[in-house]
Each structure stands twice: as C-alpha cells, then as structure tokens.
Design a protein. Structure first.
Length: 229
C-alpha cells in the first residue's frame, strides 16, 4: 500500500487559511521509499525533517523550486529538467536531469511528460506507476499536449488555482497560466479517471472549496492530508 501526504497545498498567492498555509509539496511513500514532488520557499518542514529519498521538481517557479531564489544544500538527489536547472539562481548539489524517458526512482517507476504552463520556464508532469496503480501529477498546468498520457490512470492530482476564473493568458500565440478546475475535470472524464484531487489552491478555490467538492465530487487537498492507495 502506498501513501500520499500533502505537505503543502497553497498556490503562489498572498491569501492563506488554516488548511492552506504552505506552498504545494507532495510526499509519496511506497515500500518505505519517500519521493517528494516540489519543494518551494514556504514550507512547514525542512528537508531534514521530511527525510525524502529523492525529490522531483515540476518547474522553476519559487513556490515549487526553492533553489530558484535560495540556496539549500542536501545530498538527496533532485530530479529536474535541464531548463529548470538553468533558471534557478542557485543549484542543488546532487542533481539529475529528467528526459522524456521512463525513470526508476527507488520503488517508483515514473514517466515524465510535457506540460504547458509558463513561457519563461519549461514544466513537466509525471505519470507514476505503482504495482497496480497509476497516478497523474501535473503541477501547474494550462494544457497537457498529449492527452493520451491521462488514459489508464487511477488518480489525477492537478492544479487547483481556479474553478471558473480565467487564469489563462496568451502572448505571441502561446498560452500560459493555469487551467480551470472545470477544464481539468473534463480531461479526467474523457480519460475515465475517477479519483480527482486538486492541490495548488488559488484565491477562487479558497473561497468556494466546499462548493466545488460537493458539485463535482472531487477532493481539494489540504495541508497535512493523507491518502492511502
């Protein structure tokens, strides 16, 4: 059995609540191996306290990637895109570059896939394979260019920045920002994903959290929430 712990669930916004104080960071534990996805500037626990065996980074924004703005020495291997490495002001001392190929990290088999989110830095999502379960983890997302990656997944963990508010912008014909929760729910319906979870909670989602959970039968993760799968 695997466990998912949502250490932080807040987007890069000033607003916060008791349930959403810390930047989005998610810990996966399977067969005693701890895999941490994203670790930004506002965290409740230090890496020494979390004790991950490996860290995966989705992109170089400070709420996901501490090294963008601050030095943090750790011997834990940090898996990231080469573009993320270049965009950070500081560098993890034990880094490993991600490509589009499947990678084995401890007890996890992971397929990285391209995510559209920012014009300034590349983003990557992950399809995580356990023994009989697969999990999609998008990070911040406007679009997943290859929707086929969503099929045959049991869980979707997506971008909770907005429900209906349009946070998608366009420059020189290219889109950037955050897809609505409702848009991502439609992706999941087409891919027949039944278990839908949102983290990286934004302003609108903070205000209407209970409403969105009841109306769409999804889970809005909160700081400290644990799920066993």
């Amino acid at each position: 059995m695997a466990e998912i712990i949502f250490l932080g669930t807040k987007g890069e916004i000033e607003e916060s609540t008791r349930k959403h104080k810390y930047h989005t960071s998610t810990l996966f534990i399977y067969r005693k191996f701890k895999l941490l996805i994203d670790y930004g500037t506002l965290q409740k626990f230090s890496l020494e306290k979390i004790k991950p065996n490996a860290i995966l980074i989705t992109h170089a924004h400070p709420d996901h990637y501490l090294w963008s703005v601050k030095s943090c020495r750790t011997n834990v291997p940090v898996y990231l895109l080469k573009d993320t490495f270049k965009n950070g002001k500081f560098k993890p001392n034990n880094f490993k570059f991600i490509t589009s190929k499947k990678i084995k990290i401890g007890s996890f088999l992971i397929l990285p896939f391209k995510i559209l989110h920012s014009l300034k830095c590349s983003s990557v999502g992950f399809k995580i394979f356990l023994k009989k379960t697969s999990i999609i983890y998008t990070g911040d997302v406007v679009e997943t260019p290859h929707k086929k990656i969503l099929f045959h997944a049991d869980y979707y963990i997506g971008d909770g920045s907005s429900i209906k508010a349009n946070l998608v912008k366009k420059k020189n014909g290219k889109r950037f920002g955050h897809a609505r929760i409702t848009t991502q729910i439609n992706w999941c319906k087409k891919a027949r994903i039944k278990n839908i979870i949102f983290t990286h909670v934004g302003k609108e989602t903070l205000k209407h959290e209970d409403e969105i959970k009841k109306k769409y039968n999804v889970i809005i993760a909160y700081d400290g929430m644990r799920i066993k799968i």
